[in-house]
Write a protein that binds this ligand. Structure first.
Ligand code: GRF
Length: 215
């Protein structure tokens, strides 16, 4: 894993905890960028609330620690116990940055207080346009000519935290939802590693809603 390039803070490598519920293409892009030394960090753990999610398989293929955690009784959030256990796991692993990569549950209160400005997400639109589910479909239905993806800090709202980076993607005549989503995901695989690398290098400062890239 790209040893020489890793960010070392007080003798410690910058540690990522990646959470996802789906196929894991963003996790793969980030893990491979770490392995290649393009992100000065290591993937300490990959966690999923879906036992057979592709993200866990891809992580294990790469020799990464990968665990399913039971999310509890709700559909769109974690129950109190699940959230407590998840927090304990991430603290035990000494995680510096939590990277949400297709994680389909909302994180809240205590969790975000403990990890303030240390939880990031990628959303498949140019926020604040089209927050929420199936953003690529919302964009297509609206008829926009340009959409894209956004990496942002996670705050108490849904897709509302300070924006770290955005990449545009054109909408073409005849695009289906599936084609447009695939084009957006290609952009995600460029943008997310770039943003995570900047965060690992300590190059992103947050001032209220603004983020400042210091390099
Ligand atoms: C991505 O399109 C991302 O924008 C959204 O969920 C999807 C996850 O895909 N948050 P994958 O599991 O990383 O392939």
């Amino acid at each position: 894993m790209g040893g020489n390039n890793k960010q070392v803070t007080q003798g410690k490598t910058f540690r990522l905890g990646i959470l996802g519920s789906g196929k894991g293409s963003n996790m793969v892009a980030i893990a491979d960028a770490c392995a290649a030394g393009r992100i000065p960090a290591e993937v300490a753990i990959v966690l999923s609330d879906v036992e057979n999610a592709g993200i866990l398989g891809h992580a294990r293929e790469r020799g990464l620690k990968a665990q399913f955690f039971p999310p509890g009784k709700f559909r769109t959030k974690l129950d109190e116990e699940a959230e407590k256990n998840l927090l304990a796991t991430l603290e035990r692993e000494n995680i510096d940055l939590i990277v949400l990569a297709g994680f389909m549950r909302i994180l809240k209160g205590e969790f975000l207080r403990v990890f303030e400005h240390r939880v990031v997400n990628i959303h498949p639109s140019l926020l604040p346009a089209f927050p929420g589910l199936e953003a690529w479909k919302q964009a297509l239905d609206y008829g926009v000519k340009v959409t894209g993806c956004t990496v942002h800090f996670v705050d108490q709202g849904v897709d509302t935290g300070p924006i770290i980076g955005q990449q545009t993607v054109p909408v073409a005549v005849g695009d289906t939802a599936q084609i447009l989503h695939a084009r957006i995901q290609e952009a995600e695989r460029e943008l997310y590693p770039e943003c995570v690398a900047a965060l690992a290098r300590g190059e992103i400062k947050v001032q209220a809603r603004q983020t400042i890239w210091t390099r």
